[in-house]
Design a protein around this ligand. Sequence first.
Ligand code: ZN
Length: 64
Amino acid sequence: MSLDPEFVALLRCPKCRGALQQHKAPSGFACASCAVFYAVDDDLPNFLIEDAKPWPLSAPSEAR
Ligand SMILES: [Zn+2]
């Protein structure tokens, strides 16, 4: 993943505006408050709430 750490630091959960935790495997961002995971595809974080997955992920091998 080649996301700029400064860019990552500015990212906020679209639901609660809380800080996100970056994960590398699978790549994405988790919000502990909302218990959701936003996947990153090709270095593009997908922050669509309707595409968010439950966190923690129940099926780590799940791919989009
Ligand atoms: Zn949140």
